[in-house]
Design a protein around this ligand. Structure first.
Ligand SMILES: Cc1ncc(COP(=O)(O)O)c(C=O)c1O
Length: 396
């Protein structure tokens, strides 16, 4: 595809667009039809021939290479995980923490990031410091005040789970490098698939994400990038056959490769789906998706600003596809159910998943509308009209 995105084609290949307005991509997004056809083909072959002849190492290698191509890494730096939460736990359990060190997270952190690191801190005698966000934007200079020579890890969010403000992760990385010896980790879960990701440009040590959201891949798969020289230093959380060599009755060796973070069997059909989803996004062009999602994010805010009875929360800085909104006097859960009755699929963002960020804006729940490249202006109009009607019903 050249020029703009072939909307007709991508919508045809996305069944959920046929009879509803699907604006739930920050939570999960269905795989495109050609990707599912590739999965069906491999399942079919396994049914006919058994899995043994299906080049499972090749399937795994292609999935790692696809992730690596997408984020500017090498396949040998990619661990396939079960989720983003699993990935951050591999980091929290994998670093040889020393008591007295500190970890820097941010007010935009997702629950699993905070939980895994708070637990590590409590168990290992570490301190967790929190960089504030101003109008939902992290300022690189604010990291400086939180760094010192005991800072071991900094985790920044590339795209918060509850709002659309893209975070300046490359600039944050520069501040981290200049003012500390800390490891730098980026949570790209809400960015990968809707915004270019480049681990070399970000100069990060770790980066992780998940397949089912903006990448439009399978459920239950995530990935973790670890910068090559760090890999042999990562302590595996679990010990299974990919990670180890059984060298004697009382001895074993942990492999030096990224396989040290792998455990047991993998969902090979889902690896095919992940590879296909990444190639599909790259064929469209991540830069084009980025432009389109920015455009749709702006268009949605402009449309919703005109609707009486709505509250919008992230109008100050640049935006991506996620739009946090509430209908005054209508709980988010009720509004989302009413949207669903009208054929519009969004979801609720709960405080418990982004405690610090939602407390900052004083909301326990938000309606999370999240638009991806295949959504249209006409769908935004339908959404605005529906939310307007819900506001009128709520006010009665
Ligand atoms: C920013 C962010 N990080 C991490 C996660 C957790 O992803 P997973 O379900 O793959 O563990 C989410 C899920 O919504 C998220 O939005």
């Amino acid at each position: 595809m050249s020029g703009t995105i072939d909307l007709e084609r991508v919508r045809l290949e996305t069944g959920v667009t046929q009879d509803r307005v699907y604006v739930n991509n920050a939570r999960m997004s269905p795989s495109p039809r050609p990707v599912l056809e590739a999965v069906q083909a491999i399942q079919e072959r396994a049914w006919r021939e058994g899995w043994m002849g299906l080049d499972q190492p090749g399937i795994m290698a292609r999935a790692r290479t696809a992730v690596a191509d997408l984020i500017g890494a090498r396949g040998t730096e990619i661990a396939i995980t079960q989720s983003a939460s699993y990935s951050i736990n591999l980091i929290a359990n994998g670093i040889d923490w020393q008591a007295g060190e500190n970890i820097v997270i941010t007010e935009l952190a997702y629950r699993s990031v905070a939980m895994s690191l708070l637990r590590a801190a409590q168990e290992r005698g570490l301190e967790v410091r929190v960089v504030p966000a101003q109008d939902m934007l992290l300022r690189p200079e604010d990291f400086r005040k939180h760094l010192d020579n005991r800072t071991r890890l900094v985790v920044a969010t590339m795209q918060p789970m509850f709002c659309g403000v893209p975070q300046p992760v490359a600039e944050i990385g520069r501040v981290v490098r200049e003012h500390s010896n800390a490891l730098y980790c980026i949570n790209a879960t809400q960015a990968v698939g809707q915004r270019p990701v480049d681990v070399r440009a970000f100069d990060c040590d770790f980066l992780f994400g998940t397949a089912r959201k903006w990448l439009r891949g399978p459920r239950g798969i995530g990935f973790l990038y670890v910068r090559e020289p760090l890999i042999p230093q990562m302590r595996p959380t679990y010990m299974g056959y990919p990670a180890s060599l059984w060298t004697g009755p009382q001895s074993y060796q942990i492999v030096d490769s990224i396989d040290r973070l792998h455990l047991g069997d993998y969902p090979y059909a889902s690896l095919v789906e992940l590879t296909g989803a990444i190639r599909y996004a790259m064929d469209i062009g991540v830069e084009k998706i980025y432009q389109r999602n920015q455009h749709l994010g702006k268009a949605a805010r402009l449309a919703l600003r005109e609707v009486r009875g709505l509250e919008l929360y992230d109008l100050t800085h640049g935006v991506m596809g996620t739009v946090p909104v509430n209908v005054r006097n209508v709980p988010a859960e009720v509004a989302v159910a009413k949207l669903e009755q009208r054929g519009i699929i969004a979801c609720v963002a709960y405080e418990e998943n982004a405690l610090l960020g939602l407390r900052k804006i004083g909301q326990r729940e938000l309606i999370r509308v999240s638009l991806h490249y295949y959504n249209t202006e006409a769908e935004i109009e339908r959404l605005a009209k529906a939310l307007g009607d819900i506001a009128i019903e709520g006010a009665r």
